[in-house]
Design a protein around this ligand. Structure first.
Ligand SMILES: [Zn+2]
Length: 166
């Protein structure tokens, strides 16, 4: 029996080191966090997707008293992009999140963002993968954190041995 390795090479940098295009996309994701409806988790997530037609479509988590009926920020953006621009392909997605839980009151808004990036849940990875498969080319994932950002080369790199067809 042989062993196989799964290796994912990602980039880490500070926000200021991102390209102007990536910083703009991250700023859109950060701005969207204020549109989150998160009365239960108090965890605000924003996502911004850059399409190959130049449009940016954003989303934010939308919670529900019956938790499975709500959705994450990433899927909120992803499904909206698919519905509004069905023929466009995803190029990049930026994701940002903050919470006030555990942090002192009165900090500047920026300081409520997570120091380290959060990454999409499994369901969002699978949902985003569908659009990467449709695009036929990698969709870069930019995860924002106040102290560091991560750039994944593709959705598939976040979901090794992913399920794409049957
Ligand atoms: Zn999710």
């Amino acid at each position: 029996m042989k062993e196989l390795q799964i290796v994912t090479v990602i980039k880490e940098c500070r926000f200021e080191e991102l390209s102007p295009e990536d910083r703009f996309l991250v700023e859109r994701a950060k701005a969207m966090t204020s549109n989150a409806y998160a009365p239960y988790s108090q965890f605000h997530v924003g996502a911004a997707i850059l399409l190959d037609n130049g449009e940016i479509v954003c989303g934010a988590n939308q919670e529900n008293a019956a938790s499975p009926s709500g959705t994450c920020g990433e899927r909120s953006a992803c499904f909206q992009a698919g519905a509004i621009y069905p023929d466009a392909h995803f190029r990049k997605i930026a994701i940002a999140a903050w919470t006030r839980i555990g942090k002192p009151e009165g900090l500047p808004d920026e300081e409520y963002f997570q120091d380290s990036p959060i990454s999409p849940c499994g369901a969002c990875r699978q949902a985003l993968l569908e659009y990467e498969t449709r695009a036929g080319s990698p969709v870069e994932v930019i995860l924002y954190g106040r102290k560091r950002c991560y750039i994944f080369p593709s959705i598939a790199s976040l979901l090794p041995y992913c399920f794409t067809e049957y």
